[in-house]
Design a protein around this ligand. Structure first.
Ligand SMILES: C[S@@+](CC[C@H](N)C(=O)[O-])C[C@H]1O[C@@H](n2cnc3c(N)ncnc32)[C@H](O)[C@@H]1O
Length: 368
């Protein structure tokens, strides 16, 4: 039976857990972050995380607290979470003949509208075996939802249905806030490698610009004719992304830059040390892809931001072998503290282990 009133938000829903997807191998980091960030929102619970599973579950008795976390913890600040949603039920033994109807009935008891349906599975070798199944299941589940009285209302703030399968008969039925979750199934933004880009690293910055920046930040910081500095630029994959968006770039690296990129006339290449280089005038954006200790890179970013040499910085932090969440948290805190002390305002920070990141995370810090 369909719920009686149209529910557009998540706050009225009763969740039993948060389901958070992450890169396989980073479950403990994801769990450490989630537990700490939820506690800061006064939500108390515990995580279950199996190494290599590609997801973490956060359980709490506080159902409204889980809904609060889902809407109030900004997704783009959760470093190890690729995608997340609130679990309303788990079905362990879906009938093979009709998997869709039991799911649709559960959904109909919760909401009258959903803004979309994502069929998801762990991004692991085992999980990938569900990719063909998940594609084929899209139409049957949408039809079953319609039969059960749940309307598909795209482009609204109705919750998004996220069905997380761990095999074809076992599913977690979950709902997400479309404004505070990834707009791509499993939080994976697949990007095509552009033929002209000088290196595969280009995909990291492309994803960061699409995923970490808000629409407004893109308009302000990536404007055609704007200026950027790229520290550790060679051979030029990141610089290429910026010139493609019409920016002029000063590329700092002792290594050689791609000849075609240089011939475009938008790039000045300086063979300098990124840690001692000083810009002649302030720029819109600083980007930095130098592989070094997180604290050292963070210190360099703080130098630029606190002196007003750039309005915002995008940079990678290489993860250490152990205590990876703590290393990222401390590096970002160092920047926030130094910039806050100097300017009197807290910078806006977004940080994520992107799909194209491996043993690193990518951050955007913007002067508020
Ligand atoms: C991962 S690569 C950058 C790839 C580049 N973002 C791209 O998309 O093609 C790191 C670069 O940092 C440079 N690098 C490392 N330490 C540096 C320093 N102190 N000053 C300038 N460049 C540095 C290296 O020479 C190397 O080219």
């Amino acid at each position: 039976m369909a719920a009686e009133t149209a529910i557009t938000g998540l706050s009225a829903l009763r969740f039993t857990a948060l389901l958070v997807q992450c890169r396989a191998g980073f479950e403990n980091d994801c769990a450490a972050e989630l537990t700490e960030r939820a506690a800061a929102e006064n939500v108390w619970g515990y995580c279950k995380a199996q190494p290599g599973a590609g997801f973490v579950e956060y359980f709490s008795e506080d159902g409204p607290g889980l809904a609060r976390a889902l809407t109030q913890l900004p997704m783009r600040t959760l470093v190890f979470a690729r995608q997340w949603a609130g679990v309303v039920d788990i079905i362990e033994d879906l009938p093979q003949a009709d998997r869709a109807t039991p799911i649709a009935e559960i959904v109909a008891a919760q909401v009258t509208h959903v803004s979309g349906v994502f069929i998801e599975y762990p991004d692991t070798n085992t999980g990938k075996q569900l990719s063909a199944f998940s594609r084929k299941f899209q139409r049957p589940i949408e039809a079953a939802l319609a039969r059960a009285g749940v309307q598909l209302a795209p482009e609204t703030d109705a919750p998004r249905l996220q069905l997380f399968f761990t095999d074809s008969s076992r599913v977690r039925v979950a709902l997400a806030d479309p404004g505070n979750s990834a707009g791509w199934p499993m939080g994976i933004l697949r990007l095509k490698m552009p033929r002209q880009a000088p290196s595969r690293s280009t995909l990291k910055l492309d994803e960061a610009l699409k995923r970490l920046f808000t629409e407004e930040e893109r308009a302000q910081l990536l404007r055609p004719g704007g200026h950027a500095v790229d520290l550790g630029a060679a051979p030029g994959g990141w610089t290429w992304q910026l010139t493609e968006r019409g920016m002029f770039v000063t590329a700092i690296d002792n290594g050689p830059m791609d000849a075609t990129l240089m011939a475009g006339g938008r790039v000045e290449h300086l063979r300098s040390d990124a840690f001692t280089y000083r810009p002649a005038r302030a720029v819109d954006l600083l980007v930095c892809d130098i592989v070094d200790k997180p604290a050292r890179v963070a210190g360099l970013m703080a130098d630029w931001l606190e002196r007003g040499w750039c309005r915002a910085a995008v940079f990678n932090l290489k993860l250490p072998m152990r205590k990876r969440y703590a290393a990222v948290r401390d590096a970002l805190a160092l920047i926030a503290e130094r910039v806050g002390e100097k300017t009197g305002r807290s910078p806006a920070i977004a940080c994520k282990q992107l799909y194209h990141d491996r043993e690193e995370v990518t951050a955007l810090v913007r002067l508020a």
